[in-house]
Design a protein around this ligand. Sequence first.
Ligand code: ADP
Ligand code: MG
Ligand code: ZN
Length: 193
Amino acid sequence: MKGRLEIIIGPMYSGKTEELIRRITRRRIAKQSGLVFKPVVDTRDKSFVKSRAGTTIEAIPISKISDIFDFLEDGKNDFIAIDEIQFFDEPIYNILEDILNRGIDVISSGLNLDFKGEPFKSVEDLVIRADDITLLKAVCVVCGKDATRTQRMILKNGEWLPASKRDDVILIDGSIEGVKYEPRCRDCWKILD
Ligand code: ADP
Ligand code: MG
Ligand code: ZN
């Protein structure tokens, strides 16, 4: 039997990592064996995936999706999980299909949209081909409604302002002072020219 492809998407703070860990934990209770991967570009934590609610799980940092093949053992893996797939910013379905064809389930999670409101190539590539899609919502920090978008804020002269369309897409949360991300609904989400 071929593996199943699950994808969890949503803005920052929507609980993607929490949900990924929950699914991994359930599978381990069911005596399934699996490996967890994360992109090495995310410098927040080195060898584990951590949710903002505090739950953690061990993970292998990889720099490209095909690195997963170095860790697979014939017939031994029931599933693999990958967090933060938006950082592999290229179509990755072809590579994952190889894994699915070996009967291994793939559970993935990533940001639905970048701070400009544009999709990530890897995420959209998986969403349209997945067997199961979950869209999680955070709480809009401005109005409290469901948030489906991620707002980037920049500190300028002591004031937090929405980021501009011309800024780089990848800027890790907490890696640079003066940059922060907030979950926001469509009404409260803003981008400057
Ligand atoms: P993600 O991986 O999607 O960024 P996490 O799983 O790391 O999300 O964190 C989700 C947790 O973040 C929630 O369970 C909650 O405890 C916390 N949290 C803090 N601020 C918010 C917010 N504005 N909306 C939703 N959850 C929030
Ligand atoms: Mg996360
Ligand atoms: Zn709002």
